[in-house]
Design a binder for this molecule. Structure first.
Ligand code: SDX
Length: 426
């Protein structure tokens, strides 16, 4: 990191601030010493704030670049499988054959959940949103693993990470089964990660369930494309929750809660509902106008991104998967026609060009998920399942730091200055 300085001239003071250089991306001004000079920074929404140092994922929003441990997302999505990506996110390097097989066996052995966890579902209404169930039951995992967990021991942190990567698909599938009144399906150790999830989602005791290789491949690719994404809202939530030393299972539940929002992970569900509402290519111009109208809260779901001001590289891969899956499954989804025409029109419209609003990962993922039979209200659950490895990898990285301390932002206070309290005559 360079020893360059930035100088802040303020109220007759000249404050020197170190400028730190990354291995890739923008330099950062280290403002940690500002407090002792009597100032805070002010950056609601953290538009220009680096909250931590990390080696896991790099995003170049201007050029549409996404790297996991230095590997381009396009290479990983087409040449690796999800467990390989999980290994490298957690451990820093891609696994060799033995490391991969050992990791796969470890994850497989943790896929069952404590039988007592099944009872939590009985408290939900059948029509409860699956994200509500996932959030609650993931948090409940902390009640099974709290006492013997030393989060300052790296091996115990990794064991928690393996448990979460292994158990979230089981809990996700249980939420779906509960919502449709079918019995829970136990994980099977003879199936791969994506295959196991599909089997827990769609098999029934009454007959054999045949797993389509095309569907399993598409599912695994969706997991990879959603695995991690730097300091997004839900990952930042997990880091802040974990910074207090909270139980990792409870921290991941906080990530699930944050991801649920339609501006974040809830966008794939909202995008498909939007495409269904648009209904036909003829209706697209009306919705484009709504999205441009400042007085209308409507936004084109699946478009825009806080960081990408170019094409989201995941959307590019997802778009290819979309066509592959629909072709392999011989599915002809009219919503894909609406999506393709919406993308074409939006990318030519001055408003979207000027504001650099491109399709993001959620734009096509909903169509692929629908094509492989996932119900719309499970889309964000799939996103949360995929992102669990990113959340636990950032939590593990943060807890590994010697200098790790509780996160505690300050504020610009604009409320009342001190005044006397006048009690009412009771
Ligand atoms: C994810 O952070 C991550 O990495 C997230 C994520 C991950 O992997 O974790 O990538 C996953 O959350 C992807 C984003 C999914 N969300 C959606 O698709 C919802 C629709 N998109 C928007 O809500 C919006 O684009 C956000 C929330 C994603 C970004 O919001 P910003 O930061 O406010 O966007 P911006 O500052 O770039 O907006 C610039 C302008 C604004 O107008 P002005 O104030 O300049 O007049 O574009 C407008 C916005 O109002 N705008 C849109 C728009 N998105 C932004 N106008 C219409 N439709 C949209 N979708």
């Amino acid at each position: 990191m360079a020893d360059r300085k930035a100088t802040l001239q303020i109220d007759g003071q000249s404050i020197e601030l170190p400028v730190l250089s990354p291995s890739a991306g923008k330099d950062v001004v280290d403002v940690r010493s500002l407090g002792k000079h009597g100032y805070f920074t002010f950056d609601p929404g953290f538009l220009a704030t680096g909250s931590c140092e990390s080696k896991i994922t790099y995003i170049d929003g201007e050029n549409g670049v996404l790297l996991h441990r230095g590997y381009p997302i396009g290479d990983l999505a087409t040449q690796a499988d999800y467990l390989e990506v999980c290994y490298m996110l957690l451990h820093g390097e891609a696994p060799d054959e033995k490391q991969y097989q050992d990791f796969r066996k470890t994850i497989t052995k943790h896929t069952m959940v404590h039988q007592g966890l099944h009872n939590f579902f009985n408290g939900f209404r059948r029509d409860a949103h699956p994200m509500a169930m996932l959030c609650a039951v993931t948090g409940a995992l902390s009640s099974f693993y709290h006492d013997d967990l030393d989060i300052h021991d790296a091996d115990q942190r990794l064991r928690s990470a393996y448990r979460l990567i292994a158990k979230i698909p089981t809990i996700a599938a249980m939420a779906y089964k509960f919502s449709i009144g079918q019995p829970f399906v136990y994980p099977r150790n003879d199936l791969g990660y994506a295959e196991n999830f599909l089997n827990m989602m769609f098999s029934v005791p009454a007959e054999d369930y045949e797993i389509s290789p095309a569907v399993a491949k598409a599912m695994d690719r969706i997991f990879i494309l959603h695995a991690d994404h730097e300091q997004n809202a839900s990952t930042s939530t997990v880091r802040l929750a974990g910074s207090s030393g909270a139980n990792p299972y409870a921290c991941i539940a906080s990530g699930v809660a944050s991801l649920w929002g339609p501006a974040h992970g809830g966008a794939n569900e909202a995008c498909l509902r939007m495409l269904a509402e648009i209904g036909s290519v003829e209706n697209i111009p009306k919705y484009i106008e709504k999205a441009k109208d400042k007085n209308d809260p409507f936004r084109l779901m699946g478009f825009g991104h806080r960081v990408y001001k170019n094409m989201d590289p995941r959307a590019t891969v997802m778009r290819e998967s979309c066509h592959e899956v629909l072709k392999e499954l011989k599915r002809d989804d009219p919503l894909l026609d609406v999506a393709m025409e919406l993308e074409r029109i939006a990318l030519e419209d001055d408003y979207f060009v000027e504001k650099k609003l491109f399709p993001n990962v959620d734009f096509y993922s909903g169509i692929v998920l629908k094509a492989i039979g996932i119900p719309t209200n499970m889309f964000t659950v799939i996103f949360a399942l995929s992102r669990t490895v990113g959340w636990v990898s950032h939590w593990h990285e943060m807890m590994s730091e010697e200098s790790q301390k509780i996160g505690r932002p300050r504020q610009l206070y604009t409320g009342h200055t001190q005044r006397d309290f006048k009690p009412i005559k009771k």
